[in-house]
Design a protein around this ligand. Sequence first.
Ligand SMILES: Nc1ncnc2c1ncn2[C@@H]1O[C@H](COP(=O)(O)OP(=O)(O)OP(=O)(O)O)[C@@H](O)[C@H]1O
Ligand SMILES: [Mg+2]
Length: 378
Amino acid sequence: MNGNTENGYTELLGISIPVVELRQIIKQVAPTDVTVLITGESGSGKEVVAKEIHRLSKRYDKPFITVNCGAIPEGIIESELFGHQKGSFTGAIESRKGYFEAANGGTIFLDEIGELPLQTQVKFLRILENGEYMRVGNNKTEHVDVRVLAATNKNLEHQIAIKAFREDLYYRLRSINIYIPPLRERKEDIAVLFDYFLKQFIQRNGIDFKGISEDAMNYIINYSWPGNIRQLKNFTESLLTLYSNKKIERDDVIRQLNIQGTEIILPVPAGFGGKGQDEKQLLFRALYELKTDIMDIKQQLDNIEKQESQNIVFDGLAIPDKELELLTYDDLERHFLSYYWKKYHGDISKIARKLKLSNRTLYRKYKDYGLKNGRGEY
Ligand SMILES: Nc1ncnc2c1ncn2[C@@H]1O[C@H](COP(=O)(O)OP(=O)(O)OP(=O)(O)O)[C@@H](O)[C@H]1O
Ligand SMILES: [Mg+2]
């Protein structure tokens, strides 16, 4: 296994049973034209799976187009997907191909499908059923031959319950559902992936790696990785950047995980595929909760102290008066968004919930501020 191959695709690495089964399912569904819904937590590898399905399909030499449904403003999503006719709306100075047309003959991957507006879902269902659609501002029926893959980290059943997602579309999409388990439920993959990201980073940056202790490695394997493989990759790179002048120890790992703003430890969190609640695990959990409580108290004390010194505190983001006066409103928002990005490891849904904004609005903001390139990378 060698991860990124010369032609740029990421090999689906892993040795755990779920990943072995995943590869098998991919092999079975890839040659067909069946629509596949890929689900799993953020950073678990949904896009990697979609690309692998395309690569192993008969459409491999045709386009593979990824559309991030959550990143496109609602007002232009139909024109982006289906194209538009010149003059169909203010600003439509030329006719434009939509993503479906651009993907003709190949595969379209609709990421964050749960973000598709309801009225667009109707049109999408039609294209799924018979490949037919109409460009915005044109009544002529067009036809495409596109294989559709979709992904979401949202619970679509919940979306249906709150009338944000069409039930008929859901059943059409989930005829084949590939679920990628979170990394903490397939711990056997952690060392393989860590090793791969490590070697890749060392090679690219000419680092003279001095090794990592067994303790440190065990800590990495038993950590909960809420941001999954994306988090593991970012963590590996920052760990090597900061500590490559010596052998990496357990404390370096802990420090680095704290800097990433993540929770601490979690040796097999309760309810996540653990091997039972033995005494040791209960003890760990009690210690963990105790530590979290202490950190909460510390945070609150810090906040009080900062407020007392008349600084503005944004949930931990403190800016002294002097600096504040030099900032524009945009700078402030950028700081604010960047803070939450780190805190929630780029999990847009979580940040959106916290800030009471829609995922779509938030995506746009991150993109506008150059904090995110629209493909989930920081
Ligand atoms: N099995 C794997 N082997 C190697 N790299 C992987 C694997 N799974 C994921 N990755 C890497 O982890 C990162 C995140 O993967 P990906 O973008 O596919 O996640 P995602 O589920 O689409 O996340 P999101 O929900 O945030 O869009 C990428 O850098 C990807 O290359
Ligand atoms: Mg993705």
